[in-house]
Design a protein around this ligand. Structure first.
Ligand code: LLP
Length: 417
């Protein structure tokens, strides 16, 4: 996390002291580095230089308008999975013709909205969805650009909850069914086949599963070609992992070099849908220690952020580094479980962490830029955190902390009778 570093024992984001951010905006607060986001995106874009490819940020990882706007300004495309996500792209200055629409269940109204907006492609995940998209496009007298998400049945070697490319997963169409479905799609009047896609999982730390998937998809593209169906783009999804602790995932450059190597001199446009690898290490979650509590066998640091703010440790047993904003001179660490105020045993941000802390100290939960705020909830009637973007020596609040009134908006009690 180069954009986050200690200077004089105090943790900074770019040229901003993080304790100042906490002071100004309170805690819990997500803080992102503009520089880190831009560098991560450019690592993909630069590796593809000179080619007519698209890097479509998977906005489920972080959908704040300011984040999307920064990426849109660099020319990024976007991968969306709902009408709401598409509306966010348009609102933040992204262009519809650089959007791919993924997800297993697109509603008719969402399909209509996306068609009218003029998106680049629908990534279709079932035969039923193909029929629906053809019907909705027909009603609008339009032709929908489509791709099938093919499930190549490869093991991504990642956590089962974020592995999506195996036969038993709900995602995509079976590779064996693909030729039949492509043939059928070719016979429909209101869809236009332009691509093929896959997404085999998330937090992959090896290139091999991507290559296995590519081999299978390229072979399928060749089969379709002999049947008169030409595939113009290959979308490899997202999935490139990041370093949370000691993982050493390939860099975007290494990954793309391997992809381009395999593509050779084929004339095909490439699409990537990275989420985590653009934003995970561009963000931290600031939190304050409320209480220290010592049980017979455990020490707890009870902090003001909880599983509703950052769900990943509770849901996937994910490990996120937890750092003090100020390193103290004394070396006397104790082992703590860092837990939140939510009434669940699963409400922890970190277990067995060596920390030298007191109540009132500030901590940073690291690598929190992806699947942090976007997976947050209001469980226990907790207002969701504020979000701040740091740009060099400036910090901008890019989302105000929710208020109680925001929370109960739309709720009503029954009339007296
Ligand atoms: N494209 C599709 C179709 C996807 O389903 C996903 C992620 C991506 C792209 C982006 O993948 P990435 O580059 O971020 O790995 N909440 C989990 C991760 C769920 C990923 C879901 N799909 C977590 O916090 O680890």
């Amino acid at each position: 996390m180069d954009s986050f570093e200690y200077r004089d024992n105090r943790l900074h984001c770019e040229n901003v002291l993080l304790s100042k951010v906490a002071e100004e905006f309170g805690t819990p607060t997500y803080v992102y580095s503009r520089d880190a986001i831009e560098l991560a995106y450019l690592a993909y874009a630069n590796a593809l230089q000179g080619r007519d490819d698209m890097v479509c940020f998977a906005i489920k990882a972080n959908s704040n308008l300011a984040v999307l706007n920064i990426l849109a300004r660099l020319g990024a495309g976007f991968d969306v999975v709902s009408q709401g996500e598409l509306q966010r792209v348009l609102k933040s200055g992204g262009s519809a013709d650089r959007v791919v629409f993924s997800g297993v269940s697109k509603q008719s109204s969402e399909i209509r909205y996306a068609l009218k907006a003029g998106i680049h492609c629908f990534n279709i995940e079932s035969a039923a969805e193909l029929e629906r998209i053809n019907t909705v496009a027909g009603q609008l007298a339009m032709v929908a650009p489509i791709s099938f998400r093919v499930n190549p049945n490869v093991d991504a070697g990642t956590h089962p909850y974020i592995s999506t490319g195996l036969k038993e997963n709900k995602f995509g169409i079976a590779i064996e069914d693909a030729p039949r479905l492509y043939q059928h799609a070719a016979s429909l009047r209101h869809v236009n086949i332009i691509g093929m896609d896959c997404h085999i999982g998330s937090q992959l730390t090896e290139i091999a599963p991507f290559m296995d998937a590519m081999d299978k998809l390229l072979a399928l593209i060749d089969v379709l070609d002999t049947q008169g169906i030409s595939i113009k783009h290959l979308d490899l999804g997202g999935g490139l992992g990041v370093c949370y602790t000691d993982e050493v995932p390939p860099t975007p450059q290494q990954y793309i070099d391997a992809v381009l190597d395999k593509i050779g001199d084929r004339e095909i446009k490439l699409i990537f849908e990275p989420g985590r690898s653009i934003v995970a290490n561009a963000g931290v979650l600031l939190t304050e220690v409320e209480y220290l509590k010592h049980n017979e066998s455990k020490n707890f640091a009870i902090v003001d952020a909880a599983m509703n703010d950052m769900l990943r440790p509770a849901l996937y047993s994910a490990y996120l580094d937890i750092l003090p904003l100020q390193i103290s001179d004394s070396q006397e660490c104790q082992e703590y479980d860092v837990v939140g105020p939510v009434c669940e045993t699963g409400d922890f941000l970190g277990k067995d962490r060596q920390l030298n802390i007191a109540a009132g100290d500030l901590l940073a939960v690291c690598s929190a830029g992806a699947y942090g705020f976007t997976m947050s909830s209001n469980y226990n009637t907790r207002t969701r955190a504020a979000e701040v973007m740091v740009d060099d020596n400036q910090s901008y609040q890019i989302r105000a902390r929710e208020t109680f009134d925001d929370l109960i908006k739309g709720e009503k009690i029954l009339p007296q009778n």
